[in-house]
Design a protein around this ligand. Structure first.
Ligand code: HEC
Length: 199
């Protein structure tokens, strides 16, 4: 009896050890190219829809109304793309405006740090992405991030104080009292579109 028990403990220890090894190994697995392509498409879909809505709103109703649209529409588009693709699609910031939705987790923070280093070395932001297969307490995931840099039209709401119209400042102060997402210049790393897919 005693012997059998210790045998079981050994077996458990052995399998726990195997699991521990495999979770380390996961990071070296090359992600499936087709799945990465689907994550890339989901990220592009979010950016394209959001960019078009923002541009239209800025030109038809002006920047103050566009803040409201961003508040409602950005999370709605993210939810819609997530629902259609079965993946979790969202945006995170290097400095955050919407603390509930835009705060990076540890993996996303590592992706942003990687992007910042690559930008500093002169790599173009256009196709900059970071992808890994990771094992988390809730399971195994393919995680993908695409860099977002600041364009001239972003400055109205994310630029230095001088670029932000007074009406926008007032609106942001009401809607986002903890807003840290201003003071950016064109070309700065603003954040990432992030996609998480259960494997
Ligand atoms: C009309 C104002 C406005 C403009 C223009 C604008 N944004 Fe934003 N941005 C916002 C608002 C408002 C939020 C918070 C949305 C929310 O509540 O989820 C936000 C959030 C974000 C986030 C998510 C992280 C965070 O800080 O919450 C990113 C990334 C972002 N914007 C990037 C950009 C980029 C890149 C551009 C230019 C292409 C841009 N924005 C233009 C108003 C704007």
């Amino acid at each position: 009896m005693r012997k059998r028990y210790s045998g079981m403990v050994l077996a458990l220890l052995f399998s726990a050890n195997l699991l521990a090894c495999s979770s380390v190994e996961e990071k070296h697995i090359t992600p499936d190219a087709g799945m990465v392509e689907q994550s890339r498409d989901a990220a592009k879909s979010l950016l394209t829809q959001l960019g078009a809505t923002l541009k239209q709103e800025l030109s038809t109703n002006g920047p103050v109304a566009a803040v409201g649209v961003c508040k409602q529409v950005a999370p709605a588009i993210a939810a819609d793309v997530s629902q259609k693709t079965g993946m979790q699609v969202g945006r995170v910031g290097t400095r955050v405006r919407d603390t509930a939705l835009g705060t990076p987790d540890a993996w996303e923070q590592a992706a942003l740090t990687d992007f910042a280093a690559r930008l500093a070395k002169g790599e173009s932001a256009e196709k900059m992405e970071f992808t890994q297969v990771v094992t988390e307490p809730t399971g195994k995931y393919l995680r993908y991030a695409k860099a977002i840099t600041v364009q001239p039209m972003c400055l109205t709401c994310h630029g230095p104080a001088a670029n932000i119209p007074d009406g926008v400042k007032e609106r942001l102060a009401v809607d986002y009292p903890n807003d840290k997402a201003t003071g950016y210049n064109v070309g700065d790393l603003r954040g990432a579109v992030v996609v998480k897919r259960a494997l």
